[in-house]
Design a protein around this ligand. Sequence first.
Ligand code: NCD
Length: 308
Amino acid sequence: MRSIIDIQDLTIEEIQALIMTACDIIRDPNKYSSACRGKKLATLFFEPSTRTRLSFEAAMYELGGYVLSVSSGSSSSAAKGESVADTARVISCYADIIAMRHPKEGAAYVAAQNATVPIINAGDGGHSHPTQTLADLLTIHLEKGGFGDLTVGLCGDLKFGRTVHSLIKAMSRYPGVKFVLISPEELKLPSYIKKDVLKKNDVPYEQTTDLAEAIPQLDILYMTRVQKERFFNEEDYLRLKDSYILDPKKLEAAKKDLCIMHPLPRVNEISVAVDRDPRACYFKQVLYGKYIRMALILMLLEEAGACV
Ligand code: NCD
């Protein structure tokens, strides 16, 4: 029984196949409208979410399946003290596949050890968020035509931002990729990712605190929100939350074909005036997230022998 806990659980060939399926769904959605007829997806979300949960649910409906949903820890037996392991075992009795978000790093892994159906990690604390990365990769594929030879700027909360961690793991596997890590000192990329992913694979990277200085060389600029919920004190959050604000002025120095991305939700990191810039791709990312989740659900259910 295969679960997707980390983006590295997928080979680059499988990622390519998912992207091809997503593109085919975009071309001809009707072909897929009963691909998962009668199957059930459970969305088990113990942390706030708009896009990820609803895009999983929309994805399953568009595949002709059904959805069972827990949208907060306080409304489930987790509030009574049930363990993630038991919850996963129980939900496996009702659903064919589970998408789960949890504030604790490693929770999706524990769920996968105990479930009897595939688990998809929809975010585990400050660790990983593989399906956001799949949405990001589909966006980059459609905007840039591939993944090689790109200079990727990642800006904001690189310490707690799980979308950044997963995207670095994914993009490090393609040749010619260089990262520019833009963050305040306190929110730098964790050293385990530098060591186990970047250094281990000889991936070139620079670290800076200066967004304006970094912008001209970038092909992709991935902005992120400072992750308020992962801070231990409010004071630090307030001091760091507006470290970077992307606005039309800063973009004057950027490449004409820059791709501006953000996993959303946005707080202050991108001024709304940027939304009109043709280089803004963050709302396209939202839409692509639904198609790539359709492709992933289909792949895992086919592998599990649950869909034809
Ligand atoms: C991200 C997340 O939950 O990590 N949101 C998302 O899934 N699109 C990013 C964030 O919350 O800042």
